[in-house]
Design a protein around this ligand. Structure first.
Ligand SMILES: [Zn+2]
Length: 63
C-alpha cells in the first residue's frame, strides 16, 4: 500500500475520488461539483438537492 499524505479525497457529492477540489467542514468536494454548486447556489431546488445529497452520504459514513 502506498503512503497517503492526503486523507479521504472522495467527493461527497459524486462519490468519486479526485485530486482537485475543496474541503468544506472536513468534507471534500471535487472541482466539478464545487463549480456546479457555485452555479446552482442561486437555484433553490438544486441547492436543496446538494444538501440532501450530503446528508445522505454523511449517514452512510456513520453506518
Ligand atoms: Zn464530485
Amino acid at each position: 500500500m502506498e503512503q497517503q499524505q492526503q486523507t479521504e479525497t472522495a467527493c461527497i457529492i459524486c462519490g468519486q475520488e479526485k485530486e482537485e477540489g475543496i474541503v468544506i467542514v472536513s468534507h471534500f468536494i471535487c472541482e466539478d461539483c464545487e463549480s456546479e454548486m457555485v452555479h446552482t447556489e442561486a437555484e433553490d431546488a438544486k441547492y436543496r438537492f446538494f444538501i440532501g445529497r450530503m446528508k445522505k452520504i454523511n449517514l452512510q459514513k456513520h453506518a
